[in-house]
Design a protein around this ligand. Structure first.
Ligand code: ADP
Length: 248
């Protein structure tokens, strides 16, 4: 019996080791891509004669890429806070529809690039929450919905609906008609580092940390997140958390 246990433990450790190796390869790639772009574009600006318009165009690419780097570092910092359970919320009363507007602004370029329509439904939903963190939840869910959209579909969309339930819970539903997630992988996607193994995940950048961070933030708001999905049809994420302090 002892031997079986230790064999299982060794296997588990091997898996963990593989996950970490993959993660480092992944993160190195994620860092290198924007860095290479920043280097190449600044080199061109420095070594080529360019007019003002061209310089501005190149600098905006440099700016965009540095934002990518910043986001990646923020994810890593959040992840270390998640691991040490030191993430702190700064709660206030906010209108979630305004937060949604800001989140949509952040993903607008990505949505245009991938030709994904973003549809929303939100009317003055007030909640006591950490606006920065909830915005991060929305940005993560929205950018996943856009990233994993289905090229084969003529109309690609993601809809976000924010409401309050009769029990004074905030309900955020993010639905897409993307590639979907295989049923046997649904409980894995919230695990740190996990990415579904398919063609798209190789070409689409990501660390597999996004949903682990989202889940932690939602749980810190005393809420929960669930997912339902069908391969080739689409995916729906539902987030619920108490709208006010005393609805806990
Ligand atoms: P990342 O986006 O960095 O890969 P996440 O933790 O955000 O990491 O997501 C984990 C995995 O879950 C993704 O790699 C992808 O395979 C799957 N996934 C998440 N959201 C969606 C979605 N809306 N549609 C299809 N697959 C998704």
């Amino acid at each position: 019996l002892r031997n079986i246990t230790s064999e299982k433990e060794v296997q588990k450790l091997r898996e963990l080791d593989k996950i970490k190796t993959n993660f480092i390869a992944n993160i190195s790639h994620e860092l290198r891509t924007p860095l290479a772009a920043i280097k190449a574009y600044t080199e061109t600006i420095l070594n080529t004669e360019m007019n003002q318009e061209e310089i501005i165009e190149f600098l905006s690419i440099v700016y965009e890429q540095s934002i990518k780097l910043e986001q990646l570092l923020n994810d890593l910092l959040d992840f270390s806070q998640l691991e040490s359970h030191t993430m702190k919320l700064v709660k206030e009363n906010v209108n979630l529809c305004e937060i949604l507007d800001r989140a949509i602004e952040t993903v607008r370029n990505l949505a245009v690039q991938r030709n994904v329509e973003v549809r929303t439904s939100c009317k003055n939903v007030m909640a006591f929450c950490d606006p920065r963190r909830i915005e991060q939840v929305l940005v993560n869910l929205l950018s996943n919905a856009i990233k994993f959209s289905d090229e084969k579909k003529e109309t690609k969309y993601v809809t976000v609906q924010i409401d309050k339930t009769p029990t004074n819970q905030v309900e955020i539903v993010v639905e897409d008609n993307g590639i979907g997630i295989p049923e046997d992988k649904l409980d894995k996607i919230f695990e740190k580092f996990y990415r579904v193994d398919n063609e798209l995940t190789y070409s689409i950048p990501g660390t597999g940390l996004g949903l682990a961070i989202v889940k932690e933030i939602v749980e810190l708001h005393n809420g929960e997140i669930s997912v339902s999905s069908r391969e080739g049809v689409g995916t729906t994420f539902t987030v619920r958390f108490p709208a006010s302090e005393n609805s806990n």
